[in-house]
Design a protein around this ligand. Structure first.
Ligand SMILES: *Cc1c(COP(=O)(O)O)cnc(C)c1O
Length: 427
């Protein structure tokens, strides 16, 4: 496969942008080498600037559940653009997206629309602190909630120790109010509430983790999360930026029966344009300015083009739900990848919920960050490149989820499995 033009463009990009990119994950750092430079996407496929075609399982890291350039989404955005790009004033389209979200997500009675997942989680934790009058936020190692300062922290040396910053520029003062625990660790959660319960404003978590690879919560963990937060007057913040409209139309909370106080959304809710959202019980949401006193604002919030893309995407998902078909395609892919790995005698774990999945090159079950981090990332890198060379674009890290879209066909899945059999034999 020839990557000459990609190479030239990326060389130039490196002189123009830090690391050549506008977001680090896409730089292929975790697998070594250079990213391909994308020219266009259609349905389940991507083409790079050298004219190579790939079956795409990244889907812009989650938003493109309908595939690239879905006709209804493109038409909605074109139509909106004709009528003006942005007003900074109320529009009917904002009502439409808010209504779709409130109808879809069981625990959301009122919603505020923002422009990214990061903005949604940042605002949700500010609201949790403003609502409760408390400072501490609990998060879990290996869960990612965007690049919010106070959430860019790593676990201290023992459970229930206060967090340490994991990026230069995040102050110790900021991270002091974040408590990092292990995912699925019920005892750790109980201990944290026993010692800090009166200071905890909220617990933020991924209801199905996508950001250390796919990891599911245990029933006991979900029960403890809801029980302990309720008992101690803290808010439960379900970060559904990845899982919302992905694992079910109503998100992981519908699938798993979780009743959070606040929910954050992003990715699919914008249909490929920049949209995030946070919502929950009306009495909590009414603490947000101008109904209440918790400040949060955005010049481009509720942007008409973004609303159009989001509405068109959610209506397509609501009116012709692809979830059963996604499950069937994804199960077929899982079976094929498992068989390919087994045939090559490669130890692995496979985690999948609907159309999000991860093949871990790990010997033991993956339930939290310590077990995820024992994966063989060097082997993952060989797997990634083996698949790319065979025209399959996978997420470029062991710790990301692979996504199947409604645009994929059985033939795409079978071609992917055939590529996997060849690639597995060589890694
Ligand atoms: C992607 C993601 C975010 C951050 O969203 P951005 O739009 O990248 O800021 C937050 N939480 C979760 C669970 C995510 O997957």
């Amino acid at each position: 496969m020839n990557h000459t033009r990609s190479h030239k463009l990326f060389e130039r990009a490196r002189q123009l942008m830090p690391g050549g990119v506008n977001s680090p994950a896409r730089a292929f750092g975790a697998v070594g080498g250079e990213p391909i430079v994308v020219a266009r996407g259609q349905g389940a496929y991507l083409w790079d600037v050298d004219g190579n075609r790939y079956i795409d399982y990244v889907g812009s890291w989650g938003p493109l559940i309908l595939g690239h350039a879905h006709p209804a989404v493109v038409a909605a955005v074109e139509d909106a653009a004709q009528r003006g790009m942005s007003f900074g004033a109320p529009t009917e389209a904002e009502n439409a997206l808010a209504e779709l979200i409130i109808d879809a997500v069981p625990s959301i009675e009122k919603v505020r629309l923002v422009s990214s997942g990061t903005e949604a989680t940042m605002s949700a934790i500010r609201l949790a602190r403003g609502f409760t009058g408390r400072d501490v936020i609990v998060k879990f190692a290996g869960n990612y909630h965007g690049h919010v300062d106070s959430l860019l922290v790593a676990a201290g040396s023992s459970a229930a120790t206060l967090a340490v910053p994991n990026s230069p520029g995040v102050t110790a003062g900021t991270s002091r109010d974040t408590l990092v625990l292990q995912y699925n660790d019920v005892a750790g959660l109980q201990q944290a509430f026993a010692s800090h319960g009166a200071q905890i404003a909220g617990v933020i978590f991924e209801p199905i983790v996508g950001n250390m690879g796919v990891v599911s919560p245990t029933r006991e963990f979900l029960t403890a999360l809801r029980g302990l937060t309720q008992q101690h007057g803290a808010l439960l913040i379900c970060d559904e930026v990845m899982t919302g409209f992905r694992v079910a139309y109503g998100g992981a909370q519908q699938l798993l029966g979780i009743g959070p106080d606040l929910t954050t959304l992003g990715k699919i809710v914008g249909g490929g344009l920049p949209v995030g959202a946070y919502g929950g019980h009306a009495d909590v949401m009414d603490h947000v300015l101008p109904a209440g006193k918790v400040f949060q604002a955005g010049t481009l919030s509720g942007n008409p083009l973004a609303m159009a893309a989001g509405c068109a995407t959610l209506r397509a998902l609501r009116d012709q739900p692809p979830y059963e078909r996604l499950e069937a395609l994804s199960a077929r892919l899982e079976a094929g990848l498992r068989a390919a790995a087994a045939a090559a005698r490669i130890v692995h774990q496979f985690a999948r919920v609907g159309s999000m999945m991860t093949l871990f090159f790990a010997a033991e079950p993956v339930t939290d960050w310590p077990s995820a981090s024992r994966s063989d990332t060097a082997r993952f890198a060989r797997w990634f490149w083996g698949m790319l060379e065979r025209g399959v674009y996978l997420p470029c890290s062991q710790y990301e989820a692979l996504f199947v879209s409604a645009a994929h066909t059985e033939a795409d899945i079978d071609a992917t499995i055939a590529a996997a059999r060849e690639a597995m034999a060589q890694i």
